[in-house]
Design a protein around this ligand. Structure first.
Ligand SMILES: Nc1ncnc2c1ncn2[C@@H]1O[C@H](COP(=O)(O)OP(=O)(O)OP(=O)(O)O)[C@@H](O)[C@H]1O
Length: 264
């Protein structure tokens, strides 16, 4: 049997001496889409940052069978690409140059990008409907356009594991669907493994094979969307009043107001 794309055991992370993740176990098979949900501050971004090698941890994180710490930075960048919530953007950088940064793990030391790298960057800009933005300074794009450029850079990296931290939070509903369908297409076509975080629970359930509910730094539930998106679990961990309705591609979570507006 081939190794899991991501295999995490007893992961513990402390930030500024405060324990944030308290012993997380998570296995993601190659080609699987797992979305981590959970209330604000649960540790979702911290988990993704640990998988991408940006945060010290104890426990084990293995990528395709190799412990994260045993991978060179270059090899790690060939395996894992991240779309962070608010990536740092070098001032004045144009869109094409930013997307080309995704090719860094394939460019020889002290070398510069090849025609193949430039073609790969243009191809991904085309796929994301961003070709017309190639020469624009990133800072002049709208929030949603910029978010798609961040994804373009990650896809230009041609990773085997794609980490998406709320990748559609700035997108209108049409672009949300376009971007998630594209990621799903890459997963089906190329066997890309996806680990995402999302706050829109209906969309989370529609695209993921499995949902992992993280609460206070621990896995509170892990399974197919129908087993995690229950009114009881969402009430317990989000203190949310919701109705869960059957949908074509997964449960639909609808917030409901319990008390009506004050009379008068
Ligand atoms: N550098 C830091 N030092 C101390 N605490 C931190 C640091 N970074 C994050 N935290 C805390 O760690 C906890 C988990 O943060 P994290 O960003 O992983 O949560 P999250 O589940 O992604 O939340 P959200 O849904 O709001 O994005 C939060 O309580 C946050 O305040």
């Amino acid at each position: 049997m081939s190794a899991a794309a991501v295999d995490i055991a007893d992961l513990r992370v402390a930030l500024e001496k405060t324990p944030i993740l308290h012993g997380v176990d998570l296995t993601v098979a190659a080609g699987e889409w797992v979305t981590v949900i959970g209330p604000n501050g649960a540790g979702k971004s911290t988990l993704l940052r640990a998988i991408s090698g940006l945060t010290p941890y104890t426990g084990a994180i293995r990528l395709a069978g190799t412990e994260l710490g045993a991978l060179s930075r270059r090899r790690r960048a060939q395996l894992v690409a991240t779309v962070a919530q608010s990536p740092v953007v070098p001032p004045g950088m144009q869109v094409l140059d930013y997307v080309l940064l995704g090719r860094t793990p394939y460019i020889p030391m002290l070398g510069s990008e090849s025609a193949t790298d430039v073609a790969a960057a243009h191809a991904v800009l085309d796929r994301l409907d961003l070709a017309g933005f190639a020469g624009r300074p990133l800072a002049t794009l709208s929030g949603g356009e910029r978010q798609r450029v961040f994804l373009a850079r990650a896809l230009a990296q041609e990773p085997t594991v794609l980490l998406l931290d709320e990748p559609t939070s700035a997108l209108d509903i049409g672009h949300q669907q376009d971007v998630l369908e594209l990621v799903d297409e890459l997963r089906r076509r190329d066997g890309l493994t996806v680990v995402a975080t999302m706050h829109d629970l209906s969309i989370a359930g529609e695209y993921a094979d499995r949902l992992v509910l993280l609460a206070e730094g621990l896995v509170a539930a892990d399974g197919p969307p129908g087993s995690v998106l229950t009114e009881q679990l969402l009430a317990t961990h989000y203190r949310a009043r919701v109705r869960v309705l059957p949908g074509e591609h997964g449960p639909l979570v609808v917030p409901v107001r319990v008390a009506g507006p004050p009379p008068g």
